[in-house]
Design a protein around this ligand. Structure first.
Ligand SMILES: [Ca+2]
Length: 355
């Protein structure tokens, strides 16, 4: 009886979703406990990425997480060129025991962009803060098939089972749905790092990098991917600082994995005279790996993109009008914006990759 009562209480706490707003959008506090094991169910994860050192941290976390099968890594132009992104993915794969995870080259240019956006000023010329040359790779191990075609194949071979994690510009995803319009019906869900929900930008004053780097692709994905979508926006990254001791724990372990991130993070922090306060892509991978325990608060509403504006291109447009989903049936909620995460759980997942 006591065991059943405890089990009921636990299940109640882990499943409860409390609606705390009654407007056209729904703000939900997921009210999750921490320090619980990840769900036993194996996650089939397909990663679309543009490494980038926070992509590297995210890929590492996925490769070392016990209850996930990483089906493939598909690269896209973003922080660095697509060729460089592929090299970085091969390096991370090698160091974190993912040699059996295939790496594919995807789109080399955005569908549309106002500028040749990249982020080498932040991630280093090579995307890994220019400290990872010592990791040797055989570039012939890059798969020959185009990443967009492979993305489609993987989803269709695992219908209803694939979680697609998109932590770069959304060019590959937009191309995939143009080639296979019914593709989203066969995805389990889609987790995106990108966009903003209060108009706060990073790469421009009004737009987050992944969305502004290919705003038309982002618009296609937000409007047309009908599967459940979970978006980690820029504001949530800023609102989710690591604890004061995290950097030391993450970078001081006595192994090659932790050593790489010490080199990367030390170089980045020295160059920019900053501390490691937050990390964007890592929040998204943690949502993909353990959504129930990482998500603390989410907003269920309609989102799209301003693709062509001169001052606001790439900005995520969020429906916040009271009862808009009733008044305007074309603005039905189409995404969950993750507005708050459980950073303690995020740190646990990241630390697991370097222990
Ligand atoms: Ca990225």
């Amino acid at each position: 009886m006591i065991v059943n009562a405890v089990r009921f209480t636990f299940e109640y706490l882990t499943r409860r979703v409390k609606t705390i707003g009654k407007r056209g959008f729904r703000l939900q506090n997921t009210n999750q406990p921490t320090n619980v094991m990840a769900a036993n169910k194996t996650i089939k994860l397909l990663i679309d990425t543009d490494p980038g050192f926070d992509d590297a941290m995210a890929i590492a976390a996925a490769l070392k997480w016990p209850n996930v099968e990483v089906l493939a890594i598909v690269c896209v132009k973003g922080n660095v060129s697509c060729d460089q992104a592929c090299k970085n993915a091969l390096k991370i794969r090698k160091l974190f025991g993912g040699e059996n995870v295939p790496v594919y080259k995807g789109a080399e240019k955005p569908i549309y962009s106002l500028d040749n956006y990249h982020a080498s000023h932040w991630h280093g010329v090579d995307g890994l803060c220019d400290v990872a040359d010592y990791i040797t790779i055989d570039e012939r191990q890059l798969e020959k098939q185009h990443g967009v075609n492979k993305m489609i194949d993987i989803v269709m071979e695992n219908k209803g089972q694939v979680t697609l994690l998109a932590i770069g510009p959304l060019t590959n995803l937009a191309l995939a749905i143009r080639l296979k319009p019914e593709l989203p019906k066969f995805l389990k869900d889609l987790v995106i790092l990108g966009g903003n929900y209060t108009g706060l930008g990073n790469h421009t004053r009004t737009a987050e990098f992944n969305f502004v780097a290919d705003p038309l692709a982002a618009n296609i994905v937000l409007e047309e991917y009908s599967c459940p979508k979970y978006i980690v926006p820029w504001e949530t990254v800023l609102d989710s600082p690591f604890s004061s001791g995290f950097r030391d724990k993450y970078t001081s372990q006595d192994n090659e994995r932790s050593k790489l991130f010490k080199l990367i993070i030390d170089a980045h922090c020295k160059k920019h005279d900053v501390d490691l306060t937050d990390s964007a892509d890592t929040l998204a991978v943690c949502v993909a790996l353990d959504k129930e325990n990482v998500t603390a608060e989410q907003l269920h509403t309609h989102v799209s993109i301003e693709p062509f504006g001169h001052k606001t291109h790439g900005m995520m447009v969020v429906e916040r009008r009271r009862n808009a989903h009733i008044k305007y049936d074309y603005h039905q909620p189409n995404a969950f914006i993750i507005t708050k995460v459980n950073i303690e759980r995020v740190e646990e997942i990241l630390l697991n990759s370097v222990l």
